[in-house]
Design a binder for this molecule. Sequence first.
Ligand SMILES: [Zn+2]
Length: 472
Amino acid sequence: MLFQRPRHSTIRHFPIWLFAAALPMVTLADTNDSSVLVAQLAEDENVEDVVRSEPRRSPGEDGDASDDEQEPSAPATDQQTQTVNTVVVPVTRKIAPNIDLKEVAPLPEPEPEPETLPGAELSAEELQVVQDTAQGETSAPEDEADAPVEPLPAESFTLLGKEVLPGTSTRLAWSPQIQIAGLSQITPVLVVNGVNAGPTLCLTGAVHGDELNGIEIIRRTMYDLNPEKLSGRVIGVPIVNLTGFQQGSRYLPDRRDLNRFFPGRKDGNLADRVAYSLFENVIRHCDMLVDIHTGSLKRTNLPQLRADMNNPDVAEFTRGFDRMAVVHSSGSPGMLRTAAVQAGIRAVTMEAGESLRIQEHQIEAGVNSLNSLLEKHGMISRMFVWGDPEPVYYDSTWVRAEHGGILFSEINLGANVSEGEVLGYVADPITNEQHPIRSTSNGRIIGMAVDQVVMAGFAAYHIGTEAEVPGE
Ligand SMILES: [Zn+2]
């Protein structure tokens, strides 16, 4: 078996080159745009998402599939169709090297370069691989009629200007090209292209640069994959907001929240451009997307999915994630998952824990549910499958502090609470007044603030009330 990764690895195992590449950042702070900053700091958009969310329609109400923004689900198969029927001309293709993801490999090359002479930079090895593949492709039967048992062999596909052959792993480079060209650093994109055909699952982490659990969830998930046993592809961008990550910041260099600008605009502001580049170059190649986040602004979340349960495709997608809690949230405009769903990609946000921390329990829960998802879609087969566990669905509300002061919680994340129960209290450090915060409903604490100074109106406890399984 190839499962060699250390169980208790932490952020210090991250490749050193990530940090070595941390040249002094050019801060492009747009001081004229303070309204954006204030609005974003004043309220956690995770809270806002849920508060503004459309109510989940009960199964009876959504009988017809007349969903507003339903588009035919055609998740960007242009690349695939391109490669299917074209005559293979090996020397003109730029083949991504097959690397063992478990070993420290050299940096991926920066952005795709201008055309070079055919074959000029392909090593003998690579040429051999190309020729082998070409032969393999010509001898493979073109009709995909029957053969229900035999898995179909995968095809190579092209991402970020590189062709990734079936049964290989590689590390590609994405650059949103917002920096000074000479100082530009690339963002690594990990790709495992399975030997057999199947769907493309994309995993994104650290869209908010201070959210670390997702980075680790992606690392563990991807480094456990064996391309020779995988059906389909997994594309991982562990650190989308690389500049934010290097500065321990949630935001982009211009203080904007990247997760408000998808799918982005080519000629828009900085966040628009980063979003556009990621969306066009990577996200459109996905059939399924899990965008991994944590609570923000000193709040922590029980491992959970945020999903638009009014969308039947998304609702069905949530069933693959083992027993993970699923919280309905219709999603705000500009969120990566919202934009992806509108582009015909099944997408959810996964929340796990709090920012700026590496939390073993939360990471394990995330990795387990992603493995469950891979298995559910026939991409991997696990030795042990414990039945077919269903997720638990929640509607949710936030309970806010009514007074400013210091918040002390009396309950823990994940606790079951009943209406009227004291969840915590806010102590006024000057007057010594104690203001209890009580639960507004029966349910489970699926997210909560850590003890801290709060102002009146601060969303302190996120209470999930179990909802019916959608569509039944
Ligand atoms: Zn986030």
